[in-house]
Design a protein. Structure first.
Lengths: 338, 338
């Protein structure tokens, strides 16, 4: 048997591997970075840090093995803004304008007529039936690859109606830091959103460091078909699953198959998910992002049509869920702030 | 500023980390292990190894970034045996016997009457309607947590009807080695099976090193409910999604959200998945496990009621998919063989 070479000697191989990992940024020495720098030093930050520290402290009461460190985040209003309109609604409005030349009938049909007349709020009057039709007309009829490109192209050019910033800059910096912080401590981070899963997936890696397979969302039915000799998936105008409210625990169960130990949301649409996750045996942490900052973002809760936070806010007190006060607890809301 | 301590000095911290990783087996020095030891040194093994080597060789034509190294495996007949009956069918038969005292009507109703009379093949005569009813009666009506326990308990005691071995020993050793080999080379491994996702998930980590969130399968509808003050998910007697045939590409798209670069199957139920994965741009590898070994397992293909392999076998030649000949290419089929 030959004597092992330098590279085969385990300890030297280990050093080499470690140096490569360090250089590539896969391992970040915890002491080299401030934790959650955009969070003020308030009780909210302390509670999060204490939970994470307990989770990784072997032998402690709060210890959770890395395998079980699953964290789920709502998206609209929790990771990115949702006011004055859901981003995906903005996408639909722009799609209607793009597709209008192929649909002369839209000039007289609601909700398209109002949208084309520059009155998106008027479009809402066509109710759930109109909104479902709008969603299907703008989200179905193409292949999955084509839709992914349409979404990517839209994010590259569209601007937020209030700030004028590209939508992918409208994420909450403290929440992105929280995602990083959890991952640095061995958590696997997921999005669990009422939004369309294929509307989010092209962007989540870039925006949040979350790969497509860790995005749970609403789905439409797809159909396998051969075009020429090439297999494709066609998006049918048929809602498959709505990942909102009571649907969120089902979505987590179907896509992930086990219970997270950390959950973040911001509205009553997250209520059942918050309840379900915190009902698990063992450690569990729930937080609600409370939109209290009318200056830097938008202040809303119990009476808002979008992102209504009422029942979940009451329950937060009773169940000891952390309510994050954006105004008091966050140094910055968006990265682009001075 | 204080001088960094030993533990804070990056290179020493790196060594410590690397040693811990080595000790915990997370990093296996590639040179220390023979690759795919239960595979004979035939062309099949060579093709697999050459593909994987090309995938990890930076700068080469076949290089694929770790992020995109997704591999999907059918389960029945690809990772574990499927003859003479699907494991899940065996589970259903045992569930009927367990539940029979609560269902006196089953003594005269098919397919239950035949099952209770020890004639499971007779039960098949009740056709698809009977089989769906059987699946729903045995898989629904409980919470997800309860079902998980029922499955785990069944695997702990049930025996394979032909070998008498526990079902979890009926996995193909060369395929488990292939899963390990791919993961050692940065692949993320998934199951994409026609079987029920919640029938597989309690076992896949132990059997294959695949966590629940990397199992794609058929699903039934679940419903959020509060029992006492505790939220649960109830399994309803309603099929949600069938992850077989044309459903498999849709299942991959819904659960994973991007195209794998490696796919393994064994029957015509995998045909569309094989086509879809290999139609992606860039490198892609498809393989079929061909059941040619009547001595160590079961020999079957074109005429089999279970795991029929006909169209996909013809297409394999045309499309250069690797057909693995179990008899010729595998040294061992099961780990328990002498």
């Amino acid at each position: 048997m030959r004597k092992p070479t330098f590279a085969q000697e385990p300890i030297f191989a280990a050093v080499a591997v470690a140096v490569v990992l360090l250089l590539s940024g896969l391992i970040r020495p915890a002491s080299a970075q401030e934790v959650l720098p955009s969070w003020n030093d308030t009780a909210a930050k302390t509670r999060i840090v204490e939970f994470v520290k307990a989770t990784v402290t072997e032998g402690g009461d709060g210890y959770v093995a890395p395998y079980d460190r699953i964290a789920v985040f709502d998206n609209d209003g929790t990771l990115w803004s949702e006011q004055p309109i859901y981003f995906q609604f903005g996408f639909m409005l722009d799609r209607v304008k793009t597709l209008a030349p192929q649909h002369p009938e839209w000039k007289t049909e609601e909700p398209y007529k109002s949208i084309l007349a520059g009155d998106p709020m008027g479009a809402l009057k066509s109710g759930e039936k109109g909104m479902v039709d709008l969603a299907m007309k703008t989200h179905a009829g193409m292949t999955t690859d084509q839709f992914s490109k349409i979404v990517t192209d839209w994010f590259a050019t569209a601007k937020h109606p209030k700030t004028g910033k590209p939508y992918d800059e409208m994420t909450f910096l403290p929440m992105r830091e929280l995602l990083d912080y959890l991952r640095d401590n061995g958590f696997k981070t997921y999005i669990v959103s009422g939004g369309g899963v294929e509307f989010m997936r092209p962007m989540t890696e870039k925006m949040y460091g979350i790969p497509p397979e860790q995005v749970v969302g609403s789905t439409i039915t797809t159909e396998y078909a051969i075009v020429g000799d090439v297999p494709v998936l066609r998006r049918l105008p048929k809602i498959d699953f709505v990942d909102d409210g009571k649907g969120k625990p089902s979505g987590i169960n179907t896509f992930i198959g086990r219970k997270p130990i950390f959950v973040a949301g911001n509205s009553d649409g997250d209520y059942e998910m918050l309840r379900w996750v915190t009902a698990a045996k063992g450690p569990g942490f729930a937080m609600i992002v409370h939109h209290t900052d009318g200056a830097r973002e938008v202040a809303y809760d119990r009476d808002s049509a979008i992102g209504k936070l009422d029942k979940a806010l009451d329950e937060a007190k009773r169940r000891n869920w952390l309510v994050v006060d954006m105004k008091a607890d966050w140094k910055k809301v968006f990265a682009f702030e001075n």
